[in-house]
Design a protein around this ligand. Structure first.
Ligand code: UD1
Ligand code: CA
Length: 459
């Protein structure tokens, strides 16, 4: 099998993004653009990826750590041809192999489109295939020039074209598949005698065609796919397209999305069948939601696992695990390392952090539960607060099965409440409570008779 290598051009700063970060690191649908391109390229069977870095290369390397790509640094950006020349040592060994060249800022391309470009090149034994698109407004792009028989002759850049050439609407998307041998030969012959003083990769086509080799332009079926991102406005447009693609994918799998336009599900998120996503739902990172859940409205989950048939209404949760048949919300904050088991009820204005909560436990209103381990069927009354931090260290509260914590109880950690124990409303519990005991830790009520004097308070 011939070797398939992808070269991803990502050296530019992306001036129009007005950003201190390299353009290709800006995210679309939760994934940096360059990583999105790598994913798609891999799906199209180009397993070996070479990323050409330049501007703030250390940031690009860091972002792609562990992604099994190699990096080639382009010290000075002397043009797209110069960029590919830097990567030659990565693919020159197999002259019968193929190289896909693609820009790191075209995140909408689909794997099928790239696979087709590759198939056409290989099946026709062409020197290259060029992905083209017909645009109403081709300004700024290289134009695909053809002879009177409709055969491609060359690509001319916007800055070099004659008015007649620039009237062509078929543009070069900047995505190509090359056979290695002819690419190596042609790259040796490009120069920088053009309007921008750059080594244009696009000059190889005229060279190949003049040598009698086949160069095949392949028109993209969906011109939207070929959009490059140069500004924040285009970033938002690309994000929207990818987001809607994800929404459609989920709907096709049996997930209901009430309003896909304002539901934000990132690419790696998994959602089970018959789950309903209400407006304003944001599912991020590696979130996994089970079957038959109702999520939202206005719920944000980042790296959260949710079981089946759970309802989350106005919940903000991150880095935690939620069980099945739970009823959570409205207005609940679930913080990292929280593990909720099943049939749990967590109500309005409750925060849970770094705690485990057993089956059937209820935290219905106005509660802070941090660094605690709650058993099964525990009930926290309204206003219960765990007091875990002594200014230096965090301590844990342990509450055993069926314990009943009265309203406005402070549980001062470290403290252990035994099984079926009760705490009286308004207690500040600083010592362990044995199983089945009632703990009262508050001043006894005294009523002072006649305290209100006739002359002071009465009209
Ligand atoms: C290029 C094509 C043009 C095509 C367009 C599609 C050339 C000469 N022209 O033009 O025909 O219509 O893409 O978007 O190739 N880069 C490097 N190193 C360099 C120069 C560029 O890595 O030395 C990277 C950039 O970061 C960018 C990509 O290559 O990701 C394209 O470069 P850019 O200068 O934007 O090319 P265009 O002028 O848009
Ligand atoms: Ca340029």
């Amino acid at each position: 099998m011939s070797e398939l290598t992808a070269v991803i051009l990502a050296a530019g700063q992306g001036t129009r993004m007005k950003s201190q970060f390299p353009k290709v690191l800006h995210r679309v649908c939760g994934v940096p653009m360059v990583e999105q391109v790598i994913r798609v390229v891999r799906q199209a069977e180009f397993k070996k990826c070479v990323v050409i870095t330049g501007f703030k290369e250390e940031l690009v390397r860091r972002e792609l750590e562990g992604k099994e790509v190699s990096f080639v640094h382009q010290q000075e950006q002397l043009g797209t041809g110069h960029a590919v020349i830097q990567a030659v040592p990565e693919f020159e060994k197999d002259r019968e192999g193929y190289v896909l060249v693609i820009c790191g800022d075209t995140p909408l391309l689909r794997a099928e489109t790239l696979a087709e470009l590759s198939r056409v090149c290989q099946e026709n034994d062409a020197a290259a295939t060029v992905l083209t698109a017909i645009l109403d407004n081709p300004f700024g792009y290289g134009r695909v020039l053809r002879d009177e028989n409709g055969n491609m002759t060359s690509i001319v850049e916007q800055k070099d074209g004659t008015p007649e050439q620039l009237a062509v609407h078929e543009i070069n998307t900047g995505t190509y598949v090359f056979k290695v041998g002819p690419l190596l030969d042609a790259l040796k012959r490009i120069d920088n005698k053009n309007a921008q003083g750059e080594y244009y990769l696009t000059d190889v086509f005229e060279i190949m065609i003049k040598d009698g080799l086949k160069v095949i332009p392949v028109a993209a079926k969906d011109a939207d796919e070929t959009m490059g991102v140069n500004s924040r406005i285009q970033l938002a447009a690309a994000d929207r397209i990818l987001r809607l693609r994800k929404a459609e994918e989920l709907m096709a799998q049996g997930v209901s999305i009430i309003n896909p336009e304002n539901t934000y599900v990132e690419q790696d998120v998994v959602v089970g069948q018959d789950t309903i996503l209400f407006p304003g739902t944001i599912l991020q990172g590696h979130t996994v939601v089970g079957k038959g859940c109702e999520i939202g409205p206005d719920t944000q989950l980042t790296n959260v696992t949710v079981g089946d048939e759970t309802r989350l209404n106005r919940v903000y949760a991150h880095e935690c695990t939620i069980g099945s048949f739970d009823e959570i919300g409205p207005f609940v904050h679930l913080r990292p390392d929280t593990v909720l088991h099943d049939h749990i009820k967590i109500g309005n204005f409750v925060e849970v952090k770094n705690s485990t909560v057993g089956d059937g436990t209820k935290l219905p209103h106005l509660i802070y539960c941090g660094d605690s381990d709650l058993g099964k069927n525990v009930n926290f009354g309204c206003g219960t607060v765990t007091v875990n931090f002594d200014g230096k260290n965090k301590h844990r509260c342990t509450v055993d099965d069926h314990a009943f914590i009265g309203c406005n109880t402070n549980l001062v950690a470290p403290v252990h409440i035994g099984e079926r124990a009760f705490t009286a409303a308004g207690s500040t519990i600083t010592k362990d409570v044995p199983a089945e005991a009632l703990s009262v830790a508050r001043a006894r009520q005294t009523n002072i008779k006649g305290w209100v004097k006739e002359d002071t308070y009465k009209d």
